[in-house]
Write a protein that binds this ligand. Structure first.
Ligand SMILES: Cc1ncc(COP(=O)(O)O)c(C=O)c1O
Length: 475
């Protein structure tokens, strides 16, 4: 009966014996009711200790595989037969394949494939990870880690000192009108967008999105099958004159201070037109202020959230670019009556954000190190942006046109080539990028590459320009 049981030295003997016996019982090689050798006999036959066999028998008895009867021995449980070959309504046919699963969930259409090499230089959205002040950060982190108060649960809304620090920072640097009770800490901007979708959207509600635009937002805002209405761009910013023809919508996702990915900045009169349109059409604006900290020459335009009285704005921010993406911390600033529904959505959608990380960011901001870090990064990214633009123009001037706005962490280069193939090819050379055409809704599209220069050093900028030149000759 146990002739073919083989135990090796690769895993604990108890685990191996348990697996092999339970497998044989499930496959009915040891039929229900059949008798197993005594533990003494099994131990002798397999050359292992009797304690090991007893432990496995006890485990299998506890789990209902085996049963023992005093003085008679150990048997495979009778109930196993019914469990392995269930009968009853809808189950008259025996299950042919024990590993077959119930119906699988549908794979979402247009799903973004996971980026395996998401930390390659030039990957859009990635900051300079080497320039992060890791020592100063670790000192604060160690201090926060030792605080007992941070070991339990906190509020769903987020750690109060962090909300207070964000409110002061946004009032001073972005002109956002907010108090800490209007702020909700989220797990990145992505969670903020998906909470907004949960709270605001009913099936069939239309959502306006800049076209081209940020794919993370489109995915979150269309996940209840809500129709996405593309808003065209003019001069690299959303075309406010097109709004009157687009019909009603519940939400409008936009990036007014640095259009993603094209880089344009909505001017004051366009901002006023946008807010007026939203007020007249009962539409909420989602203002994604994802990288305003990195305007190189002028102070960035204040956020539209703070420019007008009672602007219908849900303001989204993130520490992914100002600190690092792996923190997964972002925030929402919303009018007071919207706070409660969003908190409920967050409670059932992941709950609290990691408390020690929040406390570390709060101290980093309060100690003044956040502002210093941003100042250094602004200078660093400006140098990289200048070098990358210069080298692109020198080497690839005829083939590519950099779409240059003096801001941010990425640059779009447009050209007449198969951008999906070139982007994939660049990846094989160790450089990240995303094809511009992938940022469009529907057919209408332009081709080019979105390139995140912030994560590349000087040498990589040089090498990437050379690689691009070679690549474009082939595609
Ligand atoms: C337009 C835009 N918004 C927001 C984000 C930040 O997303 P998250 O905070 O989820 O990392 C990014 C990141 O790349 C982005 O490109």
């Amino acid at each position: 009966m146990i002739d073919d049981i083989r135990l090796t030295g690769e895993a604990p003997l108890q685990k191996q014996l348990y697996q092999q016996l339970s497998e044989r019982i499930l496959k009915q090689r040891f039929p229900a009711g059949s008798r197993l050798p005594s533990s003494r006999q099994m131990a002798l036959d397999l050359g292992i200790s009797r304690n090991t066999v007893n432990a496995v028998y006890d485990q299998l008895k506890a789990e209902g595989f085996l049963t023992s009867s005093a003085g008679r021995g150990i048997f495979v449980h009778e109930d196993i037969k019914a469990a392995v070959k269930p009968a009853g309504p809808g189950l008259k046919q025996p299950i042919k394949n024990a590993t077959s699963l119930p119906p699988l969930p549908a794979v979402p259409r247009n799903r973004l494939k996971a980026v395996e090499d998401a930390s390659l230089p030039f990957q859009p959205g990635l900051p300079d990870l080497d320039a992060f002040p890791i020592r100063a950060w670790n000192r604060i982190l160690h201090h926060q880690e030792s605080r007992r108060a941070l070991r339990g649960y906190d509020t769903i809304q987020g750690y109060q000192p962090l909300r207070s620090a964000i409110a002061s920072y946004l009032r001073a640097s972005r002109g956002v009108r907010c108090e800490e009770h209007q702020i909700i800490i989220t797990n990145g901007a992505q969670q903020a967008l998906s909470l907004i979708a949960d709270v605001f959207l009913q099936p069939g509600d239309r959502v306006l999105c800049e076209n081209p635009g940020y794919r993370g937002a489109r995915n979150a805002l269309s996940r209840h099958n809500n129709p996405l209405v593309p808003v065209p761009l003019r001069n690299q910013v959303l075309d406010v004159s097109a709004l009157s023809e687009l019909g009603p919508a519940k939400l409008f996702f936009c990036t007014p201070t640095h259009q993603y990915p094209m880089g344009g900045i909505l001017d004051l009169s366009q901002r006023m037109a946008l807010v007026r349109w939203a007020q007249q059409n009962n539409c909420w604006i989602i203002e994604d202020d994802y990288d305003s900290e990195f305007h190189f020459y002028n102070k960035p335009f204040a956020a539209i959230q703070g420019m007008f009285d009672s602007a219908p704005v849900l303001y989204v921010g993130s520490f992914s670019k100002t600190l690092m993406p792996s923190l997964r911390v972002g925030y929402l600033v919303v009018p007071e009556p919207v706070v409660e529904p969003l908190l409920w959505a967050k409670q059932i959608n992941g709950g609290e954000s990691p408390l020690m990380t929040q406390a570390t960011i709060a101290e980093f901001i309060e100690s003044g190190q956040f502002t210093r870090h941003l100042r250094r990064m602004r200078q660093l990214y400006r140098d990289k942006w200048q070098l990358f633009q210069k080298r692109l123009t020198e080497e690839l001037g005829g083939l590519l046109q950099p779409v240059a706005e003096s801001a941010g962490m990425h640059l779009v280069v447009e050209g007449d080539f198969d951008d999906v193939s070139v982007s994939q090819w660049l990846k094989t050379r160790g450089f990240g990028s995303t094809p511009l055409s992938a940022h469009f809704i529907g057919q209408q599209s332009r081709s080019g590459l979105v390139m995140g220069f912030a994560s590349a050093n000087e040498r990589q900028i040089e090498e990437c320009v050379v690689a691009l030149k070679a690549g474009l000759a082939n595609f």
